[in-house]
Every structure is written in C-alpha cells, then in structure tokens.
Design a protein around this ligand. Structure first.
Ligand SMILES: NC(=O)c1ccc[n+]([C@@H]2O[C@H](COP(=O)([O-])OP(=O)(O)OC[C@H]3O[C@@H](n4cnc5c(N)ncnc54)[C@H](OP(=O)(O)O)[C@@H]3O)[C@@H](O)[C@H]2O)c1
Length: 256
C-alpha cells in the first residue's frame, strides 16, 4: 500500500484528497492546525476504508513547525506528497494587513518550498514518488489586483513546479510533479479570504477527481472544469493590460 501525505487536510480540497485517496487504499498522513478535525477525519477513514491514518497537527506558517514536520516525514516511506495548505486575502495592497500577507507567504510559498525540496530529494534518491503542489488558476495569470499577494504566491507555485518538472525530465527521473490550478472551488476558502466568488464554483470532490485522473496521465498543469480551462487558455492569449482589467473587475465584485 502506498502512503500519501496531505497538508491542509482538515477541510476543502485537502480533506477531499484524503477521502478519495483512502478509497483508493492509500495510507494517509494528515497535516493542518485543527487537530480535532483531522482526528475526526482520520477516525472516519480508518473505519470506512481500513487504511492507516496518521495525524500531525502543525502550523505551517511557523518555520520551526515546518522543520519538525519534515523531520517526521523523513522517517516515513511516502509515495505521494500534496502541498495543499494555503489561504488568500482581499483588498487594496496598501490596505491589507502586512502580518496576514506575511503569514500567507509563509504558508503558500515558504512552507510549500521547504517541504517540496526536502520531500523531492527523498523521491529522487528512491527514483519514485509524486509531488503535487496546489496552486490556483490565479497562478497562471499576470496578476490579480485586489488579491495581489495571493496571486503572487500562486505564480510562485506554478513557476517552481514547472521548473522542477523540466529538471526531472532532463535527469530521466521516474519522479513526477504537477501543479493543480483550480478556478473557484466550493470550500472554506472564501470565508477565510473574506470573499464571495462571482464565478460558478465546482465541488471539491469534482476538483480532486479530475486532478487524480490527470495525475495518472502525468499532466503538469491541471485545471479542473471546462470554464476554468477556457479561462486559462484565454489568459494566454490576452495582453497583460487586458488581463489586469478583467481580474480587477472579477475581484472587485468579490469585495462588494
Ligand atoms: N477554494 C478555491 O476556490 C481554490 C481555488 C484555487 C486554489 N485553491 C487552493 O487550494 C488549497 C486548499 O484550499 P481550500 O479551498 O480547500 O480552502 P480551505 O477549505 O480553507 O482549506 C485550507 C486548508 O489549509 C490549512 N491551512 C491554512 N493555514 C494553515 C497553516 N498555517 N498551517 C497548516 N495548515 C493550514 C487549513 O487547515 P487549518 O485551518 O486546520 O490549519 C485547511 O485545511 C489552497 O492552497 C488554496 O489556495 C483554492
């Protein structure tokens, strides 16, 4: 049986990965701050699918906590690592709280980077394993006025993942890496970010189902949902100035 570790497994997309991977008989390691939610999920999945579920409560915004997590994971035989934990915020860049921005950079970028490097090194040494970084459709765009920090963090994830994929190809490695880039997904994300999405969202279940299928095909950039895929394609074609106007319009609707 393979083992998967999922960060941000206490709700939304991460929780759904846990459920669908347990159904595929993966043993799980669940990470987030909410120990009570992780314990409840682990109990449910152990009972329903007879898989092993280890719970590691961890605040990924704290570097010492990330390092503690890495030390634990180095002792496990992982096949799949899902760097999923993350959050957003909305508002004019000069008005949003600096502290929240930095926490977001710590979780969405710094923790993801620390974990990706350490886990990937183990995968490469074994020449097996799959690293999935959860980005966003925001990471495929040239910027996101009114969610500037969030878009910037997700661009980092897409860029990092794409470069790693090419390096692995150059080395002829059997290790795989993908970036999941969803559009709106119905989770707690909106409440945490203080936004209400103006676009129609897909369910976390659908998002994860599509992602796991595309991972089987070795797809690097995974954009679930027809509307989001179309949006991502149009982004490539539209000039930067137009993209910024459209993104500002969409985010502005969330503000109101
Ligand atoms: N929902 C969307 O529309 C959407 C679209 C594109 C991309 N995404 C991305 O998908 C990922 C998952 O988000 P979601 O939509 O599932 O939102 P969610 O329901 O709010 O889940 C976020 C998860 O991240 C964890 N997390 C947040 N801060 C953390 C911290 N400091 N340390 C450890 N864990 C932390 C949360 O757990 P605790 O609070 O228990 O710590 C929770 O499990 C994020 O990276 C997000 O950017 C979401």
């Amino acid at each position: 049986m393979r083992t998967a570790c999922i960060t941000g497994a206490s709700s939304g997309i991460g929780e759904e990965f846990a459920k669908q991977l347990a159904a595929k008989h993966y043993n799980l390691i669940l990470v987030a701050r909410s120990a009570d939610k992780l314990d409840a999920l682990a109990k449910k999945l152990r009972k329903k699918y007879a898989v092993s579920c280890e719970v590691i409560p961890c605040d990924l915004a704290q570097e010492d906590e990330c390092l503690r997590l890495i030390r634990i994971l180095k002792k496990r035989d992982l096949y799949l690592f899902i760097n999923n934990a993350g959050f957003g915020d909305i508002g004019y860049f000069h008005e949003t709280a600096q502290d929240k921005d930095l926490q977001m950079i710590n979780v969405n970028v710094r923790a993801l980077h620390l974990l990706a490097k350490e886990i990937l090194a183990d995968f490469v040494a074994k020449n097996r394993g799959y690293l999935l970084n959860v980005a966003s459709i925001a990471g495929l765009m040239n910027g996101g006025p009114l969610m500037a920090t969030y878009y910037a963090t997700k661009s980092y994830v897409v860029s990092l993942t794409s470069s790693i994929a090419q390096e692995l190809k150059m080395e002829g490695s059997d290790v795989h890496v993908s970036a999941l880039c969803p559009g709106p997904v119905a989770t707690n994300f909106d409440d945490v970010a203080g936004v209400s999405f103006s676009l129609k969202s897909i369910s976390a279940a659908r998002c994860v189902e599509v992602c796991l299928k595309q991972m089987n095909r070795g797809k690097l950039i995974i954009v679930p949902g027809f509307t989001s895929r179309l949006g991502a394609m149009l982004c490539h074609l539209a000039p930067r100035s137009l993209q910024l106007v459209v993104a500002a319009h969409a985010q502005g609707k969330k503000l109101s």
